[in-house]
Design a protein. Structure first.
Length: 198
């Protein structure tokens, strides 16, 4: 099993000698307004460089992370109340993305255990309010989607949607650096990719 902790360690190790090496991760994300009693839904994806982002690696307190290191964000909202639209990377100013414990990037992040009987994702009771993790986007555009509570996106119509899934789109795709550092990075990436498939 590959966790964000191992990915972060590889990024830190290789970052000093080969800054051009990046391990890109893409997560496909869905949101639903069903638990709020509305029909708003959203789908999207985020692609980020895990050697730049100290993501989901037992960070506390939550860190408000700028878009540096993100190569793509796409969110399409469908809402019969009029809050729909498609938004891309340049429409977002910041994201929040963290977990109290490392998560397995080889499977759906939502529902993975994070400690004290809590799971990553929207929760209630003692597990609520982002104490165990969060994922949120913030758009400065008038009427743009923005986080309004942990794992909650709110659209232009004021309808709230909870994150329902965060599924890896594919294995990390290494971008080779130069010389021996790049070759070493590719070898390490291959080892992790092999471990992920077993």
């Amino acid at each position: 099993m590959k966790s964000a902790k191992y990915l972060l360690a590889v990024g830190m190790l290789l970052g000093a000698s080969s800054p051009s090496l990046a391990a890109m991760e893409t997560l496909d994300i869905t949101w639903s307004g069903a638990s709020f009693g509305n029909q708003a839904t959203a789908t999207g994806s985020i692609t980020f460089d895990n050697s730049v982002f100290p993501l989901i690696a037992a960070l506390a307190p939550p860190i408000f992370i700028p878009n540096t290191g993100v190569s793509n964000i796409t969110v399409t909202i469908t809402d019969p109340q009029g809050g729909g639209g498609t938004f891309t990377t340049s429409d977002f100013a910041s994201i929040i993305f963290w977990s109290s414990t490392p998560l397995n990037l080889g499977q759906n992040l939502i529902g993975q255990p994070v400690g004290a009987g809590c799971a990553y994702g929207p929760s209630t009771g003692a597990c609520a309010w982002g104490d165990w993790g969060d994922f949120n986007l913030w758009s400065p555009l008038p009427g743009g989607p923005r986080g309004s509570a942990s794992f909650t996106l709110t659209d232009a119509a004021g309808d709230h949607m909870l994150v329902t899934s965060m599924v890896p789109a594919s294995a990390p795709a290494p971008v080779p650096g130069v010389g021996l550092a790049g070759l070493a990075a590719l070898a390490l990436a291959g080892l992790f990719a092999g471990a992920r498939r077993t």
